[in-house]
Design a protein around this ligand. Structure first.
Ligand code: NAP
Length: 287
């Protein structure tokens, strides 16, 4: 059944963020609900830092099915929730909330979504990979944790602020071998790396001429992955492609983090292909 009418049984979902006007999550989730015949609707809520606590109370009071959480609330929302899933606790950030009869549980589907996308789109065997993760922010934490869970034997984390890389390496060191570095030390370890992952915002629109690492570090044997999906092909990916490396962009992560949230909310498999199609269409139409 493909329904589109809202009625008194419709369950509401949404995304909380500031700013939120450019979010592709509403079109993606509404398309998925329609495809699966689920009587639900998803919208974007512009919520400032001061309004966050009230907004979380509103989820309970209005009986929303759940929400996604985006910049800048992924960390600040945590104390307002009733339970935090282990992956979100270790990542230190929540991007999905499930409301079960007024009990709010926080999850982090960014890391899981990223790894699902990387594996499906490149076919890589992570159990023999040696990864250079650039960046040590919120996205890096979730990605590092899921890579470790997938059995990656060695992860280097390099960050502009090297102290943050070293701190994150210490936390993740419980799960696999993880070494924190400054960006100036990358040259020393590049020869042993098989996957490079950019988790920083360097190269994101409008600063599309920037790249997080020098082109001379890239070579044919690498997989080069960028979490950024606007633009779809970043300068890093363009330079990687030019030297024959395999590349992987951030759109798949966006789709799969949404798919994992959809599955937590509905208990049904997400219709990945229609979700991807509608997001691609919207990126082409609105840039
Ligand atoms: P965040 O917590 O603010 O972390 C930002 C990271 O980027 C930090 O490591 C920061 O280094 C580094 N950085 C920022 N500006 C830099 C610069 N000019 N030079 C060098 N390093 C710089 O942000 P986040 O939530 O992790 O998001 C990071 C990126 O991932 C964003 O581009 C976001 O769009 C993308 N992302 C994509 C998806 C998806 O679905 N595809 C999902 C989540 C995030 P310092 O520690 O030195 O400040």
């Amino acid at each position: 059944m493909k329904r589109s009418l809202l009625d008194s049984q419709t369950v509401l979902y949404g995304v909380l963020g500031d700013p939120i006007g450019h979010s592709r999550s509403p079109i993606m989730h509404n398309r998925a609900f329609r495809e699966c015949g689920i009587n639900a609707a998803y919208t974007a809520f512009h919520v400032t830092a001061e309004q966050l606590h009230g907004a979380v109370e509103g989820i309970r009071a209005l009986g929303l099915g759940g929400v996604n959480v985006t910049i800048p609330h992924k960390v600040e929302i945590m104390p307002y929730l009733d339970k935090i899933d282990e992956g979100a606790r270790i990542a230190g950030a929540v991007n999905t909330v499930v409301n079960q009869n007024g009990v709010l549980t926080g999850y982090n589907t960014d890391g899981i979504g990223y790894v699902r996308s990387l594996k499906e789109e490149t076919g890589v065997d992570l159990t023999t990979a040696r990864v250079l993760l650039i960046g040590a922010g919120g996205a890096a934490r979730g990605v590092a944790y899921e890579l470790a869970r997938e059995g990656v034997p060695c992860i280097y984390i390099a960050n502009r602020t090297s102290k943050r890389a070293v701190e994150l390496a210490e936390v993740m060191g419980k799960y696999t071998e993880v070494i924190g570095l400054g960006m100036d030390e990358i040259g020393d370890i590049m020869h042993e790396v098989s996957i490079v992952i950019n988790t920083t915002s360097v190269g994101m629109s409008p600063h599309v001429d920037l790249t997080p690492i020098p082109e001379e570090y890239l070579h044919q044997g690498l997989i080069v992955s960028d979490l950024i999906y606007n633009p779809r092909v970043t300068r890093l990916l363009r330079e990687a492609e030019a030297c024959g490396a395999r590349t992987h962009g951030g759109l798949g992560m966006f789709i799969f983090q949404g798919a994992c949230a959809f599955e937590l909310w509905t208990g049904k498999p997400a219709p990945i292909e229609v979700m991807r199609e509608i997001v691609l269409e919207s990126l082409q139409n609105r840039g």
